[in-house]
Write a protein that binds this ligand. Structure first.
Ligand code: NAD
Length: 270
């Protein structure tokens, strides 16, 4: 069997370039195409040259239909509206669609689940082994500790990030909520400003920092009277997420159509 063919959408983005490098340097996979949005300065540029891995003879295109028809998998770290459209195309082409995009709003999972009847979708707000392991630890800690322990999720990212809280912060908040058997949407406090009153017991709070070039730092703090437990992860390089996405594509290659998470890929779902 030949190498798994992988295309990168959002190819000129920060993650797009890291994804091209990761596919290029991983045995068993090869680059089949790159897509950017209409009007992007990157259209027509060489996929390898834009990512600094040398000339590949694959021009970046704004025609996902043709690219999806000639690939086995797509790596997608773009924006929610774009990823929704790509999921439909992935379903038509019956390929693997690895979605790292964050900033989703309520209800946007439904069309993805519909697409997953035909595509193999792996979606995660964080593709690193470390963060997915951390989520497991957070779930266990939250299950072991009662509501005397307040749960707060703190994150910091680079100044260009457009969504908050980060997809990873929400993934960790979700893990804490599962451990506590509560609904995150009902119990989360995403912003505090002005006279907020005292902290409501049993809620999960989020705090967001933005600045500089920080790739991604997350802490989950369990704070009780007189003691505090902190579980944290610091990402030092985007290649970590890109390598995770390639691993997800290889894993999804021979799976049945379905809606999977990175925990499934890493064997961390319990
Ligand atoms: P970025 O802005 O540098 O890149 C996004 C790219 O997508 C841009 O080049 C943009 O032109 C392209 N794009 C947007 N709409 C498109 C469309 N319709 N068709 C084709 N291309 C389109 O952003 P980034 O820092 O690379 O992050 C991208 C996404 O990945 C964000 O949602 C971010 O939060 C997420 N992210 C996820 C993980 C993870 O592990 N899951 C890690 C890092 C970043």
């Amino acid at each position: 069997m030949g190498d798994m063919r992988i295309a990168v959408v959002g190819a000129a983005g920060r993650m797009g370039k890291a994804l091209i490098q990761a596919v290029w340097s991983t045995p068993g996979v090869c680059l089949s195409g790159g897509v950017e949005r209409e009007g992007s300065h990157a259209l027509g540029q060489d996929l390898g040259e834009i990512a600094g891995v040398g000339h590949l003879g694959i021009p970046i295109s704004d025609d996902p239909l043709t690219v999806f028809a000639n690939t086995d998998g797509v790596l997608d770290f773009t924006a929610p509206q774009a990823s929704l459209a790509f999921a439909e195309l992935a379903a038509q082409a019956r390929i693997a669609h690895i979605i790292g995009t964050t900033g989703w709003t309520e209800g946007q999972d439904e069309p993805l689940k519909a697409a997953a009847r035909h595509a193999r979708i792996v979606k995660s707000g964080n593709m690193s082994l470390g963060v997915n392991l951390l989520a497991n630890l957070v779930r266990k800690a939250a299950a072991a500790l009662d509501t005397d322990f307040d749960i707060e999720v703190l994150e910091m990212h680079h100044r260009h990030k457009v969504d908050a809280p980060s997809g990873t912060a929400l993934l960790l908040g979700e893990a804490a909520a599962e451990g506590r058997t509560i609904n995150l949407e009902e119990k989360s406090v995403r912003v505090r400003d002005g006279i907020t009153g005292a902290r409501e017991e049993g809620t999960i709070g989020f705090a967001t920092l933005r600045g500089g070039s920080v790739i991604g730092e997350h802490s989950v703090i369990f704070a009780a009277d007189g003691e505090r437990i902190e579980l944290a992860h610091k990402a030092e390089d985007r290649s970590l997420f890109a390598k995770g996405a390639v691993k997800a594509a290889l894993w999804a290659f021979d799976k049945k159509p379905g809606y999977y998470s990175m925990a499934d890929v890493l064997g961390l779902s319990d």
